[in-house]
Design a binder for this molecule. Structure first.
Ligand code: GLN
Length: 241
């Protein structure tokens, strides 16, 4: 009797992938990157944003319920590869380095890095002008990688908000951050401004573990569906106000 119960339990665990709910898709994100992901809702405890709406569509197309895990940006890839989350939707730029450890969907958003300074700051005109400057970035972001390449003095924070706080306190010369979240922050902070420096474009993708090719094709199919139905355009308009 006991033996068969044990066997049944083991079989059940194997069938459900060691306790993971098959009806749930878990998206990992870092909810400090508006309008892509941020804390909102009536009590401020709900993760919202463009990436979350895309993730909901992915789960709905797969016939599953979406669960959102709010994690540190630089721990997302580790969480994905350990199976804690099923995919990453976090304004994550497709880079060669990241492609060594994860697969990315087709690109869904074009962005660029921008330079934000205090209104009273000196003006920088080219990326080369930033060498030797003190730059605040988000840890593990493309801004972080780029600032290091610029031979600047880099101070990395878990969120862009903290990087901007450091700038407002005049502890750094500038913040290097993604264009749209920077614009969102700038709109609420009139003591800051954006400088006109050209950086190359970056493209956001949804990241999936290398051993989940089916999920990757499902995600790409959802992206195509959202784009061709016009829903994606509506989402962009909703979040890029
Ligand atoms: N796009 C940047 C990157 O991939 C920043 C993303 C983020 O901070 N959420 O590194």
């Amino acid at each position: 009797m006991k033996k068969s119960l044990l066997l049944a339990t083991i079989t059940a665990l194997l069938l459900t992938g060691c306790g993971k709910d098959q009806d749930v898709l878990v998206v990992g994100t870092n909810a400090a990157f508006p309008p892509f992901e941020y804390m909102g809702g009536a009590n401020g405890d709900e993760v919202k944003g463009l990436d979350i709406d895309i993730a909901k569509a992915i789960a709905a197309d797969a016939g599953k319920t979406l669960k959102v895990e709010n994690l540190k940006f630089d721990s997302l890839i580790v969480a994905l590869n350990s199976g804690k989350i099923d995919f990453i939707a976090s304004g994550m730029t497709i880079t060669d380095e990241r492609q060594k450890s994860v697969n990315f969907s087709t690109p869904y958003y074009e962005a660029t890095q921008v330079v934000i300074v205090n209104q009273d700051s000196q003006v920088f005109n080219t990326p080369a002008d930033l060498a030797g400057k003190k730059i605040a970035v988000q840890l593990g972001s493309t801004g972080d990688i780029m600032a290091k390449e610029l031979k600047a003095e880099v101070v990395a924070f878990n969120t862009g908000f903290e990087a901007f706080m450091e700038l407002k306190n005049h502890k750094v010369d500038l913040v290097l951050f993604d264009s749209q979240p920077a614009a969102t922050y700038l709109a609420k902070n009139p003591t800051l401004k954006q400088l006109d420096i050209d950086f190359s474009p970056e493209f956001y993708g949804i990241a999936v573990a290398k051993n989940q090719p089916e999920l990757l094709s499902q995600i790409n199919a959802t992206l195509v569906r959202l784009q061709s139905s016009g829903e994606y355009q509506q989402l962009l308009e909703k979040y890029q106000k």
